[in-house]
Design a protein around this ligand. Sequence first.
Ligand code: ZN
Length: 160
Amino acid sequence: MLDIVTLGDERLKKHSILVPEIDGEVQELARQMFASMYANRGVGLAAVQVGSLLRLFITDINGDKPRVFINPEIVETSVEQVAIEEGCLSLPGINADVIRPLQVRIQAWNERGKPFTLDAEGMLARAVQHELDHLNGVLFIDRIAQKKRERLLKVYSRNN
Ligand code: ZN
């Protein structure tokens, strides 16, 4: 089982790099990430959260199927934005409302090397944006007001 990287680990601030080839190693990484995500009762996980700086993340949202996104790109976002509470396996124990676009169109490759385009909304759109942020070294607490972030980080350091 792969351990989850948590706040304070410098890797979480790094830009992940493009996956050069979707091979057995990448498929195995995705498989292990699902195991870690399910063990921690998450609904999304980026490779960096298990210490791999590859542009890959997974989701398994209630009502949707498990999905692998390799070299993902958001190509369109709705003008309409919405506040939804987010948490993160790399920041256990804290949550905050984050404002993001309601819908996104994302292009990526799946674990079999097949390109796809997905129009996501609701929780899937939310997870996709949160996980894609991880690939660019951004955490959900980077997207909230500074005062609120400081308050949450105090809570976090008390609990972790
Ligand atoms: Zn996260």
